[in-house]
Write a protein of this length. Structure first.
Length: 330
């Protein structure tokens, strides 16, 4: 009986094992959508299902879950031994900007959401000079650009806005970060190469077209969906937050507490979504035919109107001509 109880306890323990995130949430976020089969990188083969679906590769959600949990635990353990480790979040594509900035700010880390400035890691002295220029302009702006003309003030403000856009997330960075967390290593390859050159460890999302050799720790998932990026980046930030005594937003939370943001346009995020043109192709074709038919009728009406006017004019000319025979006899 005791053996039966032990086996029963072991079985229930296995059943009750808590995952970092449920597969239902991975499906909701669309993490499994890859790119067209023609665009794939063969090095990603082990993370993909054998057969593409409608010409599009499907990422194996089991690998997404495994790698995500592995990297979460890795960050937790690393921070336990190195509490002063620093992080830089990178995501310059539109779908990644909001979640990259939001998560970086909540764990007091650096971030880049606009254009990656060449030399941010490899030529930091140049970046420090730009930050200093930005601070000088901020001091002038605080005084309302006193002593300068209106035109000069506008030019200074324009320059300051541009510097804020590119440098706000890294203005406090004094040295190299320990880790770089990047939403799309392909899209931000310059940043990844600089990190690799300087020995910064790289964590990144790997889509079916990605090169896994670009990163040290990769998570196979859709890097074109804002929902997919938000889910994964938030869980990675949770690892850092919990290691520092904070709370997790998504990691090991029940599904009802994981609320993914809604986005206005999902067309570019989902490789399976059909374009509106394809949905309404027949309607568009019929509309085109109606338009062409209408234009033909209009042209015909114009021609008939012109010909009728021409006939009237010729009749009027004939009516006005004098009778030459009658005048001659007279």
């Amino acid at each position: 009986m005791s053996e039966k109880k032990e086996t029963a306890v072991q079985e229930t323990a296995k059943v009750e094992k808590k995952f970092i995130v449920s597969k239902d949430k991975l499906l909701e976020a669309g993490t499994y959508f890859g790119h067209k089969a023609s665009m794939w990188n063969p090095r990603m083969k082990e993370f993909l299902l054998p057969q593409p679906k409608r010409g599009v590769h499907v990422i194996n959600s089991n690998f997404t879950l495994q790698r995500l949990e592995f990297i979460y635990n890795l960050l937790n353990k690393f921070l336990a031994k190195n509490p002063h480790a620093s992080f830089i979040f990178v995501g310059t594509k539109k779908q990644a900007r909001e979640t990259i900035k939001d998560n970086a700010l909540r764990i007091n880390s650096y971030y880049v959401t606009e254009r990656w400035l060449g030399g941010t890691l490899t030529n930091s002295s140049t970046i420090f000079k730009r930050v200093k220029t930005m601070e000088e302009l901020e001091a002038k702006a605080a005084k309302g650009f006193e002593g300068y003309t209106k035109k000069e003030g506008l030019l200074f403000q324009k320059k300051l806005d541009k510097l804020h856009k590119n440098l706000e997330g890294i203005r406090r960075m004094q040295g190299l970060p320990t880790f770089m967390i990047v939403a799309d290593p392909n899209d931000d390859e310059i940043a990844v190469k600089e990190a690799r050159k300087k020995g910064v460890k790289i964590i990144g999302i790997l889509d079916s077209n990605a090169n896994p050799d670009l990163v040290d720790f990769g998570i196979p998932a859709n890097d074109d969906s804002a929902k997919s990026i938000t889910l994964i980046i938030t869980i990675l930030a949770d690892a850092i937050a919990t290691a520092r005594g904070g709370r997790a937003r998504f990691a090991f939370q029940p599904d009802e507490k994981i609320v993914l943001p809604e986005f206005k346009s999902e067309r570019k995020e989902n490789n399976f979504v059909r374009r509106p043109f394809n949905h309404n192709r027949n309607e568009n074709h019929e509309a085109g035919e109606r338009k062409a038919h209408h234009s033909e009728n209009h042209e015909q009406e114009v021609k008939e109107e012109k010909s009728s006017k021409g006939k009237k004019q010729s009749e009027e000319v004939v009516a006005k001509k004098p009778d030459t025979k009658k005048t001659a006899t007279k």
